[in-house]
Write a new protein. Structure first.
Length: 643
């Protein structure tokens, strides 16, 4: 049970986190489906006067930001939104749509109200404005600008030229300790050991940062266990549901873990998922849902949705029911891709109703080649895997390097990462990273090394006060990231000397077949290898019944409250206080505080922090004081942010 002091500190820091992350309370009403419920409504009733080139009355609905700027809606409060008055009033002078045009039906008015109350959710990258940008398919090798001030890394050469052209000054360089913490969390998902940080800071060798990056990437176990989280999310692996029980889902953990341990070339990695081995077939097979399902949820359509989303940044979910409302993809194209996977004739369903038309196995980009529909399923999949990774398919390499950039830098070059039809903020940077990956035999670690070695990555985080309007993002530096659930839990286990002594059964099965030591810090197993619990789910670990390409950057108020009251975390810190009590034996309060700050934040406490922490930890032999201090430190935004 927390002491009164600990509870007070914890709750105060919860609300500090709320202020830092702009957290909003969750609502019990069903979430709005923007693409299917709101887009058609706005197109029917509003787009003629307020979309595209039209912005009558200074009011445009082209994107969420312009809608908010118009001052007609208050996100989160439909009762204070002028738009609701416009679509419900009987005053012909102000009603919208104007007199003489059909009014918005009551059911649709209610949808608009719910949409506003739910903070106006918007499909990432979508705009009602005409999209004149068509992403190129072929790869492109840009010419590198000259190096400035000895900054010869290709990433820096491109970004230095970009910043010079935009008149933006890059943020200053991270100090050594902060760099060590960032790069360790980014590459292997772990906090650096305090002794390692101290030695690194004292090292005067000019190449020490490059050597550290190489050392982290060479730690095969730590690297694989960290990136398991990224790929489990994308590949819908480690799903917790009935699928594994009744044979409706197959685990690919053994194949995935071995592929990461070996740093398998990415093109080969993708081909083995699309034209699978027995170990990797679970990805394209998807989930066999129980009972009757919508036609857009069959295994064949799951295949057509997941393969383009993961490997090409193309979202076909909307085009699985009808021609997409949000981009150029059609229902027929989705079904034709699904037919490559299907072992039977596939009838096209529009909005779950059969059309009497049947799909033919086709690839999304016929200019690269086609799938032979006369071949059996396995050979069609092999052809598809080769088309996907075709040397002239530049979108394949661009999509993964964009995801890697986002993981390290906090925001994609194309943002969001599943909207690769959106114009990048720097096309040369995206194209260079893509051809660099191909030049290095699709070595993902080579791309990570290139980014992490740049001065751009090693600079201080830039501050983004508000989400930029689509197409108007201005790069200033790395964007601070909230720890993933797994990073947070692993960090707490590291600091407290706790953690599970065994992995979950599925992980145990493949770890036993893998050469080398698979345990993490303290001889315990890491969170990616154990079953998800309430704490991890509260912090954003998904159930993975769907592809998850990015986790929510914001922590909701309810999540923050769960974090501060989690029985799992309470138990961990209770045991951690016991462990640290033994470790701190014979040490002064100042020494204990210093050690904890180094372990958690990779820095020494300031004089003021030492004074406050010393009041909490008056005696290092007092377990309750240690527990209170642990709560205080792990609730700090600085602890929970990779910055």
């Amino acid at each position: 049970m927390l002491s009164l002091l600990s509870r007070g500190v914890t709750l105060s820091l919860v609300f500090l986190l709320a202020a830092r992350f702009g957290m909003a309370a969750e609502r019990a009403t069903p979430p709005i489906d923007f693409a299917h419920q709101i887009v058609p409504l706005l197109q029917q009733h509003c787009a003629e006067c307020h979309a595209g080139d039209q912005a009558e009355g200074g009011f445009s609905i082209n994107n969420r930001e312009l809608l908010l700027d118009a001052g007609v809606v208050t996100a989160g409060d439909s009762s204070d939104s002028y738009l609701m008055e416009l679509i419900t009033t009987q005053d012909k002078d102000i009603q919208m749509p104007p007199a003489g045009k059909p009014r918005v039906p009551a059911k649709s008015v209610a949808l608009v109200g719910r949409w506003i109350d739910q903070q106006l959710p918007w499909e990432p990258g979508f705009s009602f404005a005409e999209n004149t940008y068509e992403p190129p398919l072929a790869p492109r090798r840009p010419e590198l600008p000259p190096a400035v001030a000895g900054r010869d890394n290709p990433v820096d050469r491109i970004i230095d030229a970009h910043l010079a052209a935009s008149g933006v000054k890059q943020t200053g360089e991270l100090d050594d300790a902060a760099f060590y913490r960032r790069v360790s969390l980014d590459l292997v998902g772990l906090l650096p050991a305090p002794t390692d940080v101290t030695e690194f800071v004292a090292d005067s060798a000019p190449d020490k940062r490059e050597r550290l990056i190489d050392k982290l990437l060479a730690d095969r176990t730590a690297y694989a266990q960290h990136w398991m989280t990224f790929w489990n999310d994308l590949l819908r692996n480690d799903y917790q549901g009935t699928g594994y029980v009744d044979g409706g889902r197959k685990e690919i953990g053994a194949w995935l873990y071995r592929s990461l341990m070996e740093n398998k070339p990415y093109d080969e990695f993708a081909r083995e998922l699309v034209s699978p081995t027995d170990e990797s077939v679970g990805f394209i097979n998807g989930i066999k849902w129980r009972g009757a399902v919508n036609a857009s949820q069959t295994r064949e359509i799951q295949f057509a949705q997941n393969v383009p989303q993961v490997f090409l940044g193309i979202n076909l979910k909307c085009a699985s029911c009808h021609d997409s409302f949000i981009d150029r993809w059609t229902l027929e194209e989705t079904y034709n891709l699904a037919a490559v996977f299907s072992d039977h004739e596939l009838e096209i369903h529009r909005c779950d109703k059969p059309t009497g038309k049947y799909a033919s196995p086709r690839w999304l980009f016929p200019e690269l080649g086609e799938v032979d529909d006369s071949l059996p399923r396995e050979e069609r999949l092999e052809q598809l895997s080769l088309l996907l990774t075709h040397p002239e398919n530049g979108r394949f390499a661009r999509t993964i390097v964009n995801r890697l950039w986002c993981q390290l830098m906090g925001r994609g070059i194309v943002h969001p990462t599943d909207s690769m039809h959106t114009e990048p903020w720097n096309e040369d940077l995206l194209d260079y990273l893509a051809v660099h990956l191909v030049d290095h035999n699709y070595d993902v670690q080579a791309t990570l090394r290139l980014i992490a070695s740049s001065q751009a990555y090693q600079s201080q985080s830039a501050s983004i006060d508000a989400q930029p309007v689509a197409g108007e993002f201005e790069y200033q530096g790395p964007v601070a990231k909230r720890m993933t659930a797994e990073q947070f839990v692993d960090a707490v286990w590291q600091i407290t000397g706790t953690g599970p002594e065994s992995p979950h059964k599925k992980a145990a099965a493949f770890l036993g077949k893998t050469e080398g030591e698979q345990r993490g810090p303290n001889g315990r197993f890491r969170s990616a290898l154990v079953a998800s619990d309430l704490l991890m789910r509260s912090l954003g670990r998904p159930n993975r019944e769907q592809v998850v390409s990015s986790r929510p950057p914001l922590l909701t108020t309810l999540q923050a409250l769960d974090l501060s009251n989690s029985p799992t975390l309470v138990g961990t810190l209770d045991q951690g206080a016991t462990n640290l009590k033994q470790h701190f034996e014979g040490k002064s309060p100042a020494e204990a505080v210093d050690e904890l700050y180094l372990a958690a934040l990779s820095r020494h406490p300031t004089e003021r922090e030492q004074q406050i922490a010393g009041q909490i930890l008056e005696d290092p032999s007092n377990k309750q004081g240690i527990e209170d201090l642990l709560w205080s430190v792990i609730m700090l935004p600085e602890f929970q942010i990779v910055r």
